[in-house]
Structure formats: C-alpha cells, structure tokens
Design a protein around this ligand. Structure first.
Ligand code: NAP
Length: 311
C-alpha cells in the first residue's frame, strides 16, 4: 500500500486524460495519471479511426499508445490502477484505489469516460462472454466465417458491423427504427457491403443458446411495426446501444445531471468543487468524439494550471 502525492491527479487514460497530462506536464506541474480499469479507455476497442485529424486511418489502440508515449516522454507519471473512492471534502484531495493505494493531489481532473450500455435482458447476461459481446475488435476474431448480429443504429453499431464483415460471413444489423443515427459516410459503407443485412424496426426479445457447452445459437427479435416475432440463426451477438458515463464513485461528491454526467460551469471544466475539473465523455452527453475529448482534456489542464497558480 503506497501513498502517492502529486500536484495534479488525472483519473482516466482516454484521450481526455492523456491530453490533460501532456498539457499539465508541459506547464511544469507534477502530474500523475491513474489509468482506470481499461488502460487507454474505450478507443482501444475501436478497430479503425478515420476522423482524428493528422491520422487518415489509425487503430484506437495505436492512437492511445501514441498519446501515452507522448505523456510519458514529458514525465507524466502513469499508474495502472483504478480509483474506487474519492474524498473531495479534504485538502489535498484524496483518492483511494482498488489496489489499496492512496493518491493525494492539490487538483484533480476527472476523465473517467463512459462505458457500453446493455439491453438488460437475462439471456444477454447469461451468454455474456459466451457469444454476447460489446467489443468487435476484442471478440470478432472468434466469428471468422460465421454469422453474427449487431444491435444498434449509431456510429458504434455501424463501425462494429463494418469491422465484423471483414471476418464473418454474414452480419445482421438489428435496429429498432428504420433509420440509422450513424454518420452518412458509415451508412454508405454498410449499404454497399453485401455481407451486412439490416433488420429494421426490430428489438431483441431474447438471446437463444445452448448450455453444454454454453454458446449462442440465435436471436429472437420482434418487429415493432408488425409485431411479428422471428428467430435469427447467429453464432454471436454484439450489443452497441450507446454508452453511460462512469460516475458511480462521484455520486454524492460532485453534481451530476439526470443521466449521470458530471455538470461543469459554462465554458469551463470546473465542477462544483473548486480544484476538481472534468473532461471528456464523463461530462459530454452529446458529442463524444475522441478529438473533442482531447480538446476537453486540454481545457481542463489549462483550468487546473490556472487554479494551481493562484491557489
Ligand atoms: P448512440 O449514438 O447513442 O447510438 C445508440 C444506438 O443504439 C441508437 O441507434 C439507438 O437507437 C440504439 N439503442 C439505444 N438503446 C437501445 C435499446 N435499449 N434497444 C435497442 N437499441 C437501442 O451511441 P454510440 O453508437 O455508442 O455512439 C456514442 C457516441 O460515440 C456518438 O457520439 C458517436 O458519434 C460516437 N462514436 C463515433 C464513432 C466514429 O466517429 N467512428 C464510432 C463510434 C462512436 P435510436 O437510434 O432509435 O435511438
């Protein structure tokens, strides 16, 4: 069990966290990033990014590794650990981790991002890890030559479907409406991909499978217009129905909105607690883009630098 002390503690290692680290270290602050339980954040689960300026195409993992190396080169301290409790009532602020360590800091930037949402069906839970997944880059490999379903109609669902179509024989995109929410450029790609077949206006009723060994064999879906129920034969189900902010540990410590996002002052990363700032998806119910998270991280670092200068 260790006690770490730093000027600025950054919680989270996505684009917001690393960018904040890069800016703070360049301003001469002793800066420490605590990774969270998924080093590099959600982007590491994205196979291909084509909208981060400067990179025509790069994998999420590679982009995050580049950000990490840039931060380390500037002497940002990086700890692979996850914070489970925060005490923002005392000064310096104190955060305790699942490994039993304590982190004390004069200022904190919360950049804990968001996590994939689930359909919340008992059968989804039963087959999670046995054919149900929320990460095509992690698990797509197992479906080479097989049939999979992707649930959702946003950028995540369409990106997952496109990636899976490079491995699987057939990808069924199950969406609850007849219109996708995904960017037009991604929509064009799936409509031109013969391996991807949409099932419009359909919701998932149940994931079907076998017990011995446990595996997915199908999906029961219901058409919300006709009420028709049918079964699709699939070997895997990828759920991509949006994200929710990772703010459980901040409940009661910071002001959150009705969906759990951290509320910051207008045009600022400042939270209701002086010296605690928020950046990236954890405070962004709308845009959720890597490049915006990075910008938001820079903004939080600049706010923290200013706060520590005058403190
Ligand atoms: P999203 O844009 O919120 O889309 C979620 C999708 O899931 C929607 O189509 C929604 O349907 C559907 N959905 C939600 N709850 C559902 C339920 N219970 N049952 C069935 N379907 C449900 O979330 P996202 O795709 O995860 O994207 C999140 C953010 O990340 C967005 O800002 C997105 O642009 C960004 N992102 C960008 C890229 C990229 O630029 N390449 C890649 C991935 C994500 P409705 O449409 O009917 O609401």
């Amino acid at each position: 069990m260790a006690l770490y002390k730093t000027d600025l503690l950054i919680l989270g290692s996505g684009p917001a966290g690393y960018t904040a680290g890069i800016y703070a270290a360049r301003a001469g602050l002793s800066t420490m990033i605590v990774s969270g339980n998924q080093e590099g954040g959600q982007l590491t689960m994205t196979s291909s990014i084509e909208n981060f300026p400067g990179f025509e195409e790069i994998s999420g993992f590679e982009l995050m590794e580049k950000m990490k190396q840039q931060a380390l080169k500037l002497n940002v301290q990086f700890v692979n650990d996850s914070i489970v409790e925060v005490d923002f009532a005392r000064r310096p602020f104190e955060c305790s981790s699942e490994n039993g360590h304590s982190y004390q800091a004069r200022a904190v930037i919360v950049a804990t991002g968001s996590s994939a949402k689930w359909l919340n069906l008992p059968s989804e839970k039963k087959y999670l890890g046995y054919g149900v997944s929320a990460c095509a880059t992690c698990d797509g490999f197992f479906y080479r030559g097989k049939t999979v379903a992707v649930i959702g109609g946003g950028n995540s669902a369409v990106s997952e479907a496109l990636y899976l179509a490079t491995l699987a024989n057939k990808v069924i995109l199950v969406h609850r409406r007849h219109q996708l929410r995904a960017d037009k450029i991604l929509q064009d790609k799936i409509f031109n991909n013969k391996k991807i077949v949409p099932e419009w206006d359909c919701v998932v009723e149940e994931v079907l499978g076998e017990d011995n060994p446990r595996k997915v064999t199908g999906l029961k879906i219901r058409n919300v217009v006709s009420d028709e129920v049918k079964t699709l034969d699939v070997d895997g189900v990828f759920v991509a129905v949006g994200h929710q902010p990772n703010t459980d540990i901040f409940k009661g410590n910071l002001i959150l909105d009705s969906k759990g996002y951290i509320v910051t002052h207008e045009n600022s990363s400042a939270t209701d607690i002086e010296g605690v700032f928020a950046a990236g998806d954890v405070k962004d119910p709308k845009y959720k883009q890597a490049v915006i998270s990075a910008g938001s991280g820079a903004m939080a670092a600049m706010d923290a630098i200013e706060y520590l200068d005058v403190e």
